[in-house]
Ligand binder design. Structure first.
Ligand code: DGL
Length: 263
């Protein structure tokens, strides 16, 4: 039996990466770890973010004997991958905003990146743009509010459509035709984002690409017997409410635990 796949995010955003991974690897045990005590990551200072994530992930890898880590968070991936890879001997897969495919797909030569304020400001993102979208105009929109709206939706609270429309206003005033959802929370609002856009825009995220990358590290079928479904367990750093538990149950999670986090 192999160890679990550990998928990590600040909140429920990683579910947009969990879904394609679980679809492709239904027989693997998956542990979904989210640091809701410190969400949103997009507003955290870099040192705090790096240290907290690395400690939390490394400890949980040890607890569950994980065989691979997926950092399903753009805000964290842009910072923590080198340190994690230094401290762990198992593969560590990160998320990269889909700038390259967006630049290749765009017909107007104008693309957008919708991400957290942290991700849009990072050197990592600037480098991605210069390397892969040099010939494009790129509109950057950073929003933590959209992260909180996705969290509210997962808690089964009302989604604030007017707020989404005002966040997307800078995109509606342009001729950009391809928008990168560079925060894993945002595919969970795909329909709402689509409805708030006033012209046709292709929305791109990295979920499937990450799942394919994870598959490339897997040389077995999980629990050995291909008929056996993997166990899906969720761990979080702050107690969650009933609505969120129900949402996680809808995704197939059957086990839940609140884990202590050092401050
Ligand atoms: N889901 C995360 C991302 O992909 C971060 C959201 C947040 O905590 O700000 O960037």
């Amino acid at each position: 039996m192999v160890g679990s796949i550990l998928i990590f995010d600040s909140g429920i955003g990683g579910l947009s990466v969990f879904e394609p991974i679980q679809r492709q690897l239904p027989h693997h045990d998956i542990y979904y770890l989210f640091d809701n005590a410190r969400l949103p990551y997009g507003d955290l200072n870099e040192q705090e973010l790096i240290q907290g994530c690395v400690e939390l992930i490394v400890e949980q890898v040890r607890q569950i004997n994980a065989s691979i880590v997926v950092v399903a968070c753009n805000s964290a991936s842009t910072l923590v991958l080198p340190e994690l890879r230094k401290q762990l001997t198992i593969p560590v897969v990160g998320v990269v905003p889909a700038i390259k495919p967006a630049a290749q797909k765009s017909k107007t030569g104008h693309i957008g990146l919708l991400a957290t304020p942290g991700t849009v400001a990072r050197q990592y993102t600037q480098d991605l743009i210069s390397s892969f979208a040099g010939g494009c105009k790129v509109t950057l929109v950073g929003s933590s509010e959209l992260v909180l709206i996705a969290e509210a939706k997962a808690k089964r609270q009302t989604v604030n459509h007017a707020k989404i429309a005002s966040i997307l206003a800078p995109i509606n005033n342009t001729n950009l035709d391809t928008l990168v959802l560079g925060c894993t929370h945002f595919p969970l609002l795909r329909q709402e984002i689509d409805e708030a856009l006033t012209h046709k825009v292709v929305l791109l995220d990295s979920g499937d690409a990450i799942a394919t990358r994870v598959m490339s590290f897997m040389d077995d079928k999980g629990n050995g017997e291909t008929e056996v479904q993997g166990t899906l367990k969720a761990g979080y750093t702050k107690e969650i409410d009933v609505g969120l538990k129900e949402t996680l149950a809808d995704y197939g999670f059957t086990q839940f635990e609140c884990i202590a986090v050092a401050n």
